[in-house]
Design a protein around this ligand. Structure first.
Ligand code: FAD
Length: 385
């Protein structure tokens, strides 16, 4: 059996590694010549970590993961702590630690694990054709690839999605802009082993420790789509949006490097359930595009990869049957993640001001139990428990 994998991001590389683990040959085709991840870092929650462990990257992941032991919310203006708690109960309940990692380091880990030279870069898929016993991928450069099945890991703008669904999906603007980057850890910004988030006015500023004495930081601001903002105005834009916010936020704005800070308008896609058609399957953001509000998009791609490989390996009724079983195992799970993230997004970013004010007030009463309970519920839904 040979699989064609389209896309060499988190989804594509995890799929290639998972298939290899199950003795299934694959070829990875990636559109760009060099992958430059759009975001600075990503938090991998225990459900994702377990998938990477299962795929043989336990030690490698620990080497690039940040020491996130505590979590805290702070008032935007006074920097007073609204709630602060240990993440030890999360680790205890789920059986794994969460690991915030730099995206470029995660991508390098995945590529090195599979074999960088085995990925065909500069191969942009433009079309696919499937027959009863094979699939052909057609690339922009006029070349073709042939396989028994095709796994589309070509991200949120997937060109394969339409041929699986039979219609085009629209990306939905979630109503806010996210800026993210990396900055050296300094206790005057936040404690080095804590995920710290300043909240107020429907905005947030977050600092998460990654390896190498760095914080992954991000700013969220509810804004209209399509504003003419870029690197040249970045510091001035953030200074304006966060006027009156506490000193650590002002220091972060002063210290960040606009050249390496990303600005992303956040979108998702209404969940859909056909994830496969015949010998073609969607995986990762191609199958489910979510807002990053519960940090689960990449983790879900890792879960997809593990489930797909297990399903193909354990099935004797053929590829089409195995892919349908993959769809049945994943459709509800990924729909749930997208909708949970959307709900969280709306509360965090003041879609309804009263609900968000209630959330801020609730944080003062929070012992951590409710927040960790919600995270554990999400994590437990993963394929490895
Ligand atoms: P992608 O990463 O988009 O990779 C798709 C790949 O396919 C790319 O390399 C692309 O070049 C290639 N490609 C595209 N079209 C073609 C084509 N036609 N032919 C060949 N190749 C093609 N997730 C988490 O789990 N935790 C987090 O903390 C988190 N934070 C996030 C923060 C932000 C601001 C954002 C925007 C997302 C965040 N996510 C997070 C989500 C996560 O980044 C995505 O879910 C994940 O990157 C999806 O991986 P993917 O491989 O499916 O898609």
């Amino acid at each position: 059996m040979k699989a064609i994998i389209i896309g060499g991001g988190i989804g594509g590389m995890c799929t290639a590694i998972a298939l290899r683990r199950c003795g299934i040959e694959s070829e990875v085709y990636e559109a760009v010549k060099e992958i430059k991840p759009v975001g600075a870092a990503i938090s991998i929650w225990p459900n994702g970590v377990k998938c990477l462990n299962y795929l043989g990257m336990k030690e490698d992941l620990r080497a690039i993961g940040g020491p996130m032991d505590f979590m805290a919310y702070k008032d935007f203006r006074s920097a007073d702590t609204l709630t602060q708690f240990s993440l030890a109960p999360l680790v205890q309940h789920s059986g794994e630690r969460p690991y915030p990692v730099v995206r470029a380091e995660l991508q390098a880990m995945l590529l090195d694990n599979f074999g960088r030279d085995r990925v065909q870069f500069g191969k942009r898929l433009v079309n696919i054709e499937q027959k009863s016993d094979s699939v052909t991928a057609f690339f922009e450069d006029g070349s073709e690839a042939h396989g028994d099945l095709l796994i589309a890991c070509d991200g949120t703008h997937s060109v394969v999605r339409k041929s699986v669904l039979g219609y085009c999906t629209e990306r939905r603007y979630a109503g806010y802009v996210n800026w993210n980057g990396l900055v050296e850890i300094d206790p005057s910004l936040a404690p080095a082993n804590q995920w710290t988030t300043f909240v107020g006015e429907g905005k947030r500023v977050s600092l998460m420790p990654v390896a190498g004495n760095r914080f992954y930081f991000f700013f969220d601001v509810p804004l209209p789509k399509g504003l003419a903002e870029d690197r040249t105005s970045l510091r001035a834009d953030l200074t304006r949006y966060f006027a009156g916010w506490a000193s650590p936020v002002q220091q972060l704005i002063a210290r960040l490097d606009p050249e390496t800070t990303n600005r992303v308008e956040i979108h998702d896609i209404e969940p859909f359930s056909p994830l496969v058609k015949g010998r073609v399957a969607l995986l990762g953001d191609a199958a489910h595009s979510t807002t990053p509000d519960i940090g689960q998009g990449g983790c879900a791609a890792m879960e997809d990869a593990v489930v797909l490989a297990m399903t193909l390996q354990s099935n004797s009724l053929g590829i089409e049957d195995a892919l349908l079983r993959y769809q049945n195992k994943r459709a509800e799970r990924v729909k749930d993640l997208v909708l949970k993230a959307r709900k969280r997004c709306d509360v965090t970013h003041a879609k309804d001001a009263a609900t968000t004010a209630e959330w801020y007030a609730g944080l003062k009463q929070e012992s951590g139990e409710r927040i960790i309970g919600g995270m554990c519920e999400t994590i437990r839904g993963g394929p490895l428990g």
